[in-house]
Design a binder for this molecule. Structure first.
Ligand code: UD1
Length: 338
């Protein structure tokens, strides 16, 4: 049995990854401080997968707590999701972002090395590309992060790279994902942020169930066909499959590798609102307001490397994403608490 430690395993992508790992016969150990998630997600993970996992309420910066987890389990690989992830918030509280994202990653790497664990898949972000041209982005494009969240992810990649140089037995892959949305098709697991959502799809879903009045579309004057910002939305299950493949292929090459996970398809905010409205069955209200500080006009992946290296490609389209996201929301009106 291979044991995988999933940090941030109760979060949106982490919880879906846990289901997938359990379904593929991995033993799963979760570490989460539940700062933007709840243990209820892990109950659902275990129900869907029909197998148990082990969870610790621990902050990654708590080295002693983390040390206990590694001492108690024969961990083979780590998938590291835990971190803060809201662009706007990161402009308000940048030091918290560096404290949590960098501090957590450095602490995790240190404890991994101390326990002889050398396999790491890291949750990175397309936001690293920042102020990019409208063309699909390859991993060779330069990093130009525009906000502390993105910068924290970029620095984490470099910290992991430094660890790999110092410890040659280490294998790491940073997956730069574009905009993961959607939910588990069971309708039982999805994205359930605490408080008012920062990200567009959870926000729109709360508009759809009447918990929020209308979407504020951040910026209608971008240099894009309809004036709203373009993103490469990808189904969370495609992202999850990318993690499993990456983990299974860690030993193909030494050191740190960087791989995009995206669809290669760009969707504007207004196109997304229209598609989600179709899934919900009524027009979701919105108004156009000022741009959000730190946002960029367009981010679209060139996913060729993941495809050429692993045969991975995103298999689900925007309709699948909207349908599954709405199924989760409509079956869980008040999220996991409901
Ligand atoms: C950001 C990161 C991305 C990361 C994700 C994690 C950037 C550029 N991207 O995505 O790497 O994976 O956070 O959560 O740093 N929007 C509205 N109204 C809203 C909310 C969003 O119009 O209420 C618009 C945004 O301006 C943006 C799009 O919707 O154009 C998507 O926004 P969001 O879901 O917050 O994700 P990103 O900021 O693109």
């Amino acid at each position: 049995m291979t044991t995988v430690l999933v940090t941030g395993g109760a979060g949106f992508i982490g919880s879906h990854t846990c289901v997938d790992l359990l379904e593929h016969d991995y033993e799963v150990v979760v570490v989460d401080n539940y700062s933007n998630s709840s243990p209820a997600a892990l109950d659902r993970v275990q129900k869907i997968a029909g197998r148990p996992l082990i969870a610790y309420e621990t902050d990654l910066r708590d080295r002693h707590g983390l040390d206990r987890v590694f001492a108690d389990h024969p961990i083979d690989s780590v998938i590291h999701f835990a971190g803060k992830k809201a662009v706007g918030e990161s402009m308000q509280i940048p030091l918290d972002y560096y404290d949590v994202n960098l501090g957590g990653t450095a602490s995790l790497l240190r404890v991994m090395v101390e326990h002889g664990v050398h396999d790491l898949v890291f949750s990175s972000s397309c936001s690293i590309y920042g102020e990019a041209d409208a063309k699909p982005l390859t991993e060779a494009d330069p990093a130009r992060p525009t906000n502390p969240y993105a910068r924290s992810k970029w620095i984490c990649e470099q910290v992991i790279g430094d660890a790999c140089r110092r410890y040659p037995q280490m294998h790491a892959i940073a997956l730069r994902y574009f905009n993961p949305i959607g939910a588990h098709p069971s309708g039982f697991l999805g994205e359930d942020p605490l408080g008012v959502p920062n990200n567009i799809v959870p926000y729109l879903l709360q508009v759809a169930v009447g918990r929020l009045e209308q979407l504020s579309v951040f910026g209608g004057d971008y240099d894009t066909p309809d004036g709203t910002a373009i993103r490469d939305y990808i189904h969370v299950l495609d992202v999850v499959e990318g993690h499993r493949v990456a983990m299974e292929r860690l030993h193909d090459a030494p050191g740190l590798r960087v791989v995009n996970l995206g669809t290669g398809v760009g969707t504007s905010v207004l196109q997304l609102v229209a598609r989600l409205s179709e899934a919900v069955g009524r027009d979701l209200p919105f108004r156009i307001v000022d741009r959000r500080p730190g946002d960029v006009p367009a981010l679209i992946a060139d996913p060729a490397r993941a495809n050429a290296t692993w045969g991975w490609r995103a298999r689900r389209d925007l309709s699948d994403m909207c349908r599954d996201a709405w199924r989760f929301q409509s079956l869980n009106m008040a999220g996991y608490a409901g």
